[in-house]
Ligand binder design. Sequence first.
Ligand SMILES: [Zn+2]
Length: 218
Amino acid sequence: MYDERAAIISLEKRVWPGGAVCAHCGEMTRLGRLNGLSTPVGAWKCYGCRKPFTVRHGTIFHNSHVPTHVWLQALYLLTATDQKIGSQKLAHVLGVSVRTAWLLKVKIATALDAEESGSDDPMLWRPSEPVFLDPAQDEEAETQPGAAICAARYKRFLAAIDGLATAKTDRLFLEALCRLLPSPVAPAIGPAGFLAEQQLELGLFSDPSNQMGRGFAP
Ligand SMILES: [Zn+2]
């Protein structure tokens, strides 16, 4: 979550464990990542319905001017402090206005409350990667737009959670994140043809006229 690309990649792994899925029509294969300079990070184009989408669709991050990595850092700070961090401090750490920090607090608290009784499937929050990755080991991090701003923000963020971040707060963060995200889209089993074959088979067995023993009835 040290920059936008890292945050988007992390979300994509959680929401789309089997690869990208069009947020509009569910297309899973005829998709392309948009890498133009003017396109937002994480933008995809669906060649099924011809609409663009990102992994932020259907989440509280959608339609927000606040970058995803800022949302994730806010979520970590809020969960690790049991939502006791003040808007002023949050704004300072994240490099946003106090009003934006306050809005992030309210939106995250509201969304978590709404999902309080959500899925407690431990599969959902099982970490697929460590929460904190080292940007120094990411060759692309330095070439991203706004890299210096992101690096300075991440430094303030790490300082703010110094002495606060533990395995428990990591877990709380992941649980909270999973409550804010749609359930992961089940990965397709093998190539599309294989899946279709399986469905056909299942169809045969669920159709009583095709069950074994047909023709032997008295
Ligand atoms: Zn589509």
